[in-house]
Design a protein around this ligand. Sequence first.
Ligand code: EPU
Length: 422
Amino acid sequence: MEYLEITGGNRLRGSVPIGGAKNAALPIMAASILVEGETVLHNVPDLADVRLMQTILGRLGVTAQRDDTGAMRLRVEDEMNVHAEYELVSKMRASVCVMGPLLAKRKRAQVSMPGGCAIGDRPIGLHIDGLKALGAEFELVNGDVLLRAKKLTAREIFLGGPFGSSVTATANVLMAATLADGRTIIESAACEPEIVDLAEYLNKCGAQIRGHGTPEIVVDGVDALKGAEHRVIPDRIEAGTFMIAAAITNGDLELEHARVEHMRAVVDQLRRVGVLIERAEKGISVSSSRRLEPVAITTQPYPGFPTDLQAQVMALLSLADGNSMITEKIFPDRFLHVAELNRMGARLRKEGPTVIVEGVKRLIGAPVMASDLRASAALILAGLIAKGKTRMQRVYHIDRGYERIEEKLVAVGADIVRRQAD
Ligand code: EPU
């Protein structure tokens, strides 16, 4: 088993290239199922989750390969199979994004129901309700969602759930609606930049989508979509993670390609904490003099503060000068990092969906266990400033969503090494 060994204390300085967004690339890759001819995607990050999506698409008859330039070329070769099996879906929830495209293009979709995961329950009722509203028949067979429809018929669909909008449910219904008969209106649609990117790719393929980026998306169905070339947006969560890396190490980083307009809530909160953030020539520059003010943060759907940065900001606030409060409104159980950060000397107390963060003077290196992708990012951030060595086990979690993380960190001065356990 591999682990990461981080020796804390180095200030990070320099420039970090921010890669393509995982959560934009995955649904766009799935959308290629809808399309005739070749799709060429630039800026697809090289991640374990992306490789898994390539495997899933491969089983569904779609070739998805990198060319010499690193671009990913996708093409549907065979439309026979419509089954995304448990063995693959259980490894990555974003696999459910093949459901809408399979149903719309191949008239059937059989997708294993993803189980719970480390960050909570994660139901897919909204995906199914949305696709049923477009006319699909639904059955649950051996733990698989089976959807069938000879043709999809446009409808007005309300996609709000108990925790607000759903990103991948919006993606699924949006993708299916591109080939439905008539005008679909999705109300309470997710407004995340990743949904906007998906809609922009689909429009390049000939879809008729308006209103993406707002809670009301209007889709006029078309008969067919044709392959297109598209560049995936930069990853705002990777950018946010490196912003916090600069802040926590008292450093000075330029985040190349990062887009302020995708990160307003994060920039606003980090500025309140005392972090200096400016637009820079190539992206965003971030520096800190490490006097950190405590703040109250609540995660929300976009444009609110993202749940995918909740763990990382908790690592930062554990060093603030006073008590902070972090409330998780998207995944109320997404707190497995709390106990691990406490092992490093943080003072965190969970009360329901809220964590009270009592600021401490220093964190201390310790052996810790990553529980999920963003929790592992938080532990690395804590390790960068902790006194002594932090050894993080279960490195595969970080490899799902951060491309060459230790390489990027080492390039700006961090002491972090990947090692093989005996
Ligand atoms: N929800 C329902 N019913 C549903 C679907 C969702 O009640 O049918 C609830 C969820 O339980 C949650 C809320 O709605 O409380 C929002 O979940 P959402 O469906 O938006 O999450 P997701 O689409 O499964 C995506 C990202 C996650 C990110 C969330 C929230 C992808 C591939 N995944 O998941 O990313 O945390 O949106 O922003 O886009 C990550 O990258 O680490 C990650 C977990």
